[in-house]
Design a protein around this ligand. Structure first.
Ligand code: GDP
Ligand code: IMO
Ligand code: MG
Length: 430
């Protein structure tokens, strides 16, 4: 039976969504990105070769599956074309396999400049954005100054909208920031060139997806970022500018919520975060450096070292609630192979009280102290495990504890970055 499955990150991003989407693409017909932009970096390793996708769904490595960039995504056309070029060079891209929503909004050169300028303005309260123009592009969308891909295909509309935007943005950039503004003809010419190259992929993707559902095709919705970076439900203001939660799969693709069957949350066996903001289980420098080395925790988009911490069950339970997560995927369990002891945060201590539910206020969360339950490490290499029984009993015990602490079953376990280094207990498309 055809199923439509949403995959979301349940932490602060980089949970290993790319690898899991790549593996599950085999069981679906269509893979859709529904929010975010090229702030995402989704890594897939195929026969030792690392491929990082920023904009195109991680299903693209499988021939014959349709990959859709939905209306909820913000698209930097230069990045899209570079990604297509990279994939073509590696032999992974066929023109007929990519569709881009006509209703997706464009990232413009001034968005990137404004992104970085606003970060400077925040000083030591900066978010630590990826600098890709994501926030300002979504600001324009909501303030109704945005330029859609459909506008890009209509020269007259594009020129008129760009003109208004440049009056507004150049005023701010030149007179407030005292920096160099943008010239109409330069952007216009560049974007008309992009229009010609991207034009063939642009279509009504909501119509396509709904027709596919009628034809009993399966859809995998690929979330970017993570739940705790959601603009409504995350650790605001230290978040991204889109809704990253499962509900957005509907809005960001033009498919009704009644069409979604299952929500899968991807979680690391520990926690990482890139950029600023509260992080209760963050490790001290020595242990953080050790875990970062073991997990190769450097940003797939910006190369920044990721902050590392223990598994946070308070945050995980919150994520289960906000997304309606039916089942979990646990990744990077192998990274913990050599540790003597592993901590699981089961509650927070705040002003002498025990908190079992996640506070989203940054000012509260930064004062929360984790309450840990400590388990003994398994001290064995587990990357060769292909079934649960192949895992050492202590590793099985750790997985069980996470299931108990989150209240959700872990149906897929990842024990290495390669496709084959995976244990599938139950397939969400089954
Ligand atoms: P995403 O943004 O959620 O797709 O995650 P990223 O690609 O940014 O980061 C996950 C990193 O962990 C990538 O380098 C993956 O290749 C790697 N990875 C994924 N699963 C595993 C795993 O089970 N074990 C190990 N050691 N690495 C993994
Ligand atoms: P994937 O899909 C981890 C973080 C940034 C910053 C904040 C806002 O690979 O999991 P933005 O550029 O979006 O305005 O930055 O969000 N961030 C991510 N962190 N993984 C991501 O994506 C991220 N995308 C944005 O580091 O803290
Ligand atoms: Mg990533």
């Amino acid at each position: 039976m055809a199923k439509n499955v949403v995959i979301v990150g349940s932490q602060w991003g980089d949970e290993g969504k790319g690898k899991i989407v790549d593996i599950l693409t085999e069981y679906t017909d269509i893979v859709v990105r529904f929010q975010g932009g090229n702030n995402a970096g989704h890594t897939v390793i195929v026969d030792g070769e690392e491929i990082i996708l920023h904009l195109i769904p991680s299903g693209i490595l499988h021939a014959g599956k349709t990959c859709v960039i939905g209306n909820g995504v913000v698209v930097d056309p230069h990045v899209l074309l570079e990604e297509i070029k990279m994939l073509k060079e590696k032999g992974f891209f066929r023109d007929q396999d990519l569709l881009v929503s006509k209703d997706a909004h464009l990232i413009m050169p001034y968005h990137k400049k404004l992104d970085m300028a606003k970060e400077r303005l925040r000083g030591d309260r900066r978010i630590g954005t990826t600098g890709r123009g994501i926030g300002p592009a979504y600001e324009d969308k909501v303030s109704r100054f945005g330029i859609k891909l459909s506008d890009l295909m209509n020269e007259e509309d594009f020129r008129a909208k760009l003109k208004v935007n440049l009056i507004d943005k150049n005023h701010y950039i030149r007179n407030i920031l005292r920096e160099e503004g943008f010239e109409m003809h330069q952007i216009y010419n560049d974007y008309m060139e992009y229009a010609e190259k991207i034009g063939p992929y642009i279509t009504d993707t909501s119509l396509f997806l709904n027709e596919a559902i009628k034809d009993k095709k399966s859809i995998l919705f690929e979330g970017a970022q993570g739940t705790l970076l959601d603009v409504d439900h995350g650790t605001y203001p230290y978040v991204t500018s889109s809704n990253t939660v499962a509900g957005e799969a509907a809005t960001g693709s033009g498919v009704g919520p009644t069409r979604i069957d299952t929500v899968v949350g991807v979680t690391k066996a520990y926690t990482t975060r890139v950029g600023g903001g509260p992080f209760p289980t963050e490790l001290d420098e020595k242990m953080e450096n050790a875990l970062r080395d073991l997990g190769k925790e450097y940003g797939a988009t910006t190369g920044r070292p990721r902050r590392c911490g223990w598994f946070d069950a308070v945050a995980a339970r919150y994520s289960v609630r906000i997304n309606g997560i039916d089942e979990l995927v646990l990744t990077k369990l192998d990274v913990l192979d050599n540790l003597n002891e592993i901590n699981i945060c089961t509650a927070y201590k705040y002003k002498g009280q025990i908190l079992k539910t996640f506070p989203t206020e940054a000012s509260v969360l930064e004062k929360c102290e984790p309450v840990y339950e400590t388990v003994i490490g398994w001290k064995k290499t587990i990357s060769g495990a292909r079934t649960l029984d192949d895992l050492p009993p202590k590793a099985q015990g750790y997985v069980k504890k996470l299931e108990e602490a989150t209240g959700v079953e872990i149906n897929i376990l990842s024990v290495g970055a390669e496709r084959k280094e995976t244990i599938i207990k139950k397939n969400p498309f089954a």
